[in-house]
Design a protein around this ligand. Structure first.
Ligand SMILES: [Fe+2]
Ligand SMILES: [Fe+2]
Length: 304
């Protein structure tokens, strides 16, 4: 078992994403300032991000909306729209660390789960009038970055954790704490704190599995937690055949949300599920259309 000091020392040495704090700042400004344009974000992108945005804009999914090949970043951003753009920019720096089609890491499952969590966190926040919707959108999308850090920078521990999870049925969080002394929420938050990401986001990442343990920004942590738990229930292969099926499968989740402080009336309950359904269906189509060449996986992922 690695001691806490050793683990912290190793995390603090990770210096792979110098532009990430600018990206987070840019996205917060973009969604909060109606005068800012998506192309403002382009100024903070590194070359590999520009490349990925161009690649996505030229996939068949977006290609149908444009009559010609997209050759400028401004055109690519206009085609993608800032919501999908923020998905790409918040995820991509971390996903660069994970090879496409790596058998040891369910990359597609991770992306689906993370984007679903961010999208649901924002909808929950606006429906329940709890927390800051822009901040929980970001904390939702990056809440499990600690898992990628363990996978990439603690490979020996990653194997030991997976062995406990798969052969001894130990819950992933327990296995992480046993092997590394801390869990992936803590590891992700330490990394984000090193990059001076706002505490309203890092606290939600740190406590997304135990939101009542934090004293500050508790609402952001609660919403990120609720969105994470709901996101784990989503079956992207089956849930989107029709809305009534989706509603019948997930309506009981309201009880869990109410237990943690949510307020629902019968009218906003159905509206809430309608918003979740249409937003996640949009995410599902987007991911299906833009992950060309990537292997289809089932919904069993390394997410937590
Ligand atoms: Fe998690
Ligand atoms: Fe998660």
């Amino acid at each position: 078992m690695a001691g806490l000091d050793t683990t912290l020392k190793k995390i603090r040495k990770i210096n792979i994403l110098p532009t990430f704090p600018d990206i987070v700042d840019g996205i917060i400004n973009l969604i909060e300032d109606p005068m800012s344009s998506a192309s403002d974000l382009a100024k903070n992108m590194d070359p590999s991000m520009v490349g990925e945005v161009m690649r996505v804009a030229n996939t068949a999914y977006f290609g149908m909306r444009s009559f010609r090949k997209i050759t400028t970043i401004e055109h690519a951003i206009a085609i993608i729209g800032y919501e999908h753009l923020s998905h790409i920019l918040l995820q991509m720096p971390f996903l660069k660390m994970v090879q496409v089609n790596d058998e040891a890491f369910d990359r597609n499952g991770y992306i689906r789960h993370s984007i679903a969590c961010g999208v649901m966190a924002k909808i929950m926040s606006t429906t329940l009038h709890i927390a800051n919707p822009h901040e929980v959108y970001i904390s939702g999308i990056i809440h499990d970055i600690g898992i990628i850090i363990i996978y990439q920078h603690f490979r020996h521990s990653w194997n030991a954790i997976n062995s406990l999870v798969c052969t001894k049925n130990v819950p992933r969080l327990t296995a992480e704490r046993e092997v590394l002394s801390v869990d992936h929420g803590f590891i992700g938050a330490v990394l984000l704190e090193n990059w001076n990401i706002p505490q309203s986001i890092t606290e939600a990442v740190k406590f997304h599995h135990s939101p009542l343990k934090t004293q500050i920004f508790k609402d952001n942590a609660v919403i990120t937690h609720l969105a994470n738990e709901f996101s784990k229930r989503i079956d992207f292969n089956k849930d989107f055949s029709n809305f009534n099926y989706f509603l019948s499968r997930h309506r009981d989740y309201i009880d869990y949300m109410v237990d943690l402080g949510g307020h629902f009336s019968p009218s906003n309950e159905v509206m809430f599920f309608e918003k979740i359904y249409s937003s996640l269906d949009g995410v599902r189509r987007y991911l299906h259309g833009t992950m060309e060449g990537e292997k289809e996986v089932d919904d069993t992922c390394n997410c937590c």
